[in-house]
Design a protein around this ligand. Structure first.
Ligand code: PEP
Length: 251
């Protein structure tokens, strides 16, 4: 039985004091049970402080991106070594906003996924189609090729530990959620692709989240689906009350 992983992606939001207050409150209230894992993916400047605030609780702190090299002349970048050293446990890789605005490619996503495992970080790999791709019936092929490329060269054990977030781009930050059937159809396809890449046994272990305008009003229906094991959440992760409702739904 897979657990639900509820991950907040704050994007470029909050001040340090707001971030600290949020994690203090969520750390105090989040259930520590085996059925749900709670992750807050915050901007780089807040990570060290948030790891401290989350200590002793079930809340994990994640980054929203990283470079794939350990160190070097990459001005402005943050490495997996640095994240691991801070106590960060997860990292979002290949979010559609990074693919669109920061030239992230399937190749860099693959390099970053490998780098995450080299430094004890769990990658949350984002995949998803544009509205044009959906309307042209290209969703399955597009998502399949993103998943295959992201996982290339990983061991079966690493694949089993990868979190995949299926995020249709047309549903991110738009208020338009994929129906639970639409979301599950793609998540099932992703699991079948992983079966093909590895084995049934490995694919059954992989956490596949849905992301795209998840909120308290639609989370139950999404999480009830056979191949949806949690949510990657932007807007509704910014307020403690709504984020805690999503966490509650995952229990
Ligand atoms: C996201 O940032 O990954 C996301 C899904 O955002 P939202 O929940 O706001 O659509």
């Amino acid at each position: 039985m897979r657990k639900n992983v509820i991950a907040g992606n704050w994007k470029m939001n909050k001040t340090l004091s707001e971030a600290n207050q949020f994690v203090e409150e969520v750390a105090a209230k989040a259930p520590s049970n085996e059925q749900v894992e709670v992750i807050v993916c915050a901007p780089f400047p807040f990570l060290a402080s948030l790891v401290e605030k989350a200590k002793g609780s079930s809340v994990k702190i994640g980054a929203q991106n990283m470079h794939y090299e350990d160190n070097g002349a990459f001005t402005g970048e943050v490495s997996p070594v640095m994240l691991n050293d801070l106590g960060v446990t997860h990292v979002v890789i290949g979010h559609s906003e990074r693919r669109e605005y920061f030239a992230e490619t399937s190749e860099t996503v693959n390099k970053k996924t490998h780098a995450a495992f080299s430094h004890d970080l769990t990658p949350i790999v984002c995949v998803g189609e544009t509205l044009e791709q959906r309307e042209a019936n290209e969703t399955m092929n597009h998502v399949e090729s993103q998943v295959r490329k992201a996982l290339e060269g990983l061991s079966d054990e690493q694949v089993a530990d990868t979190i995949i977030a299926y995020e249709p781009i047309w549903a991110i930050g738009t208020g338009k959620t994929a129906t639970s059937d639409q979301a599950n159809e793609v998540c099932t396809h992703i699991r079948n692709v992983i079966k093909d890449v590895t084995s049934n046994e490995t694919a059954e272990k992989v956490i596949i989240q849905y992301g795209g305008s998840v909120k308290p009003a639609n989370v139950d229906e999404l999480l009830a689906k056979s191949d949806i094991d949690g949510a990657l959440v932007g807007g509704a992760s910014l307020e403690t009350a709504s984020f805690l409702k999503l966490v509650e739904a995952g229990t």
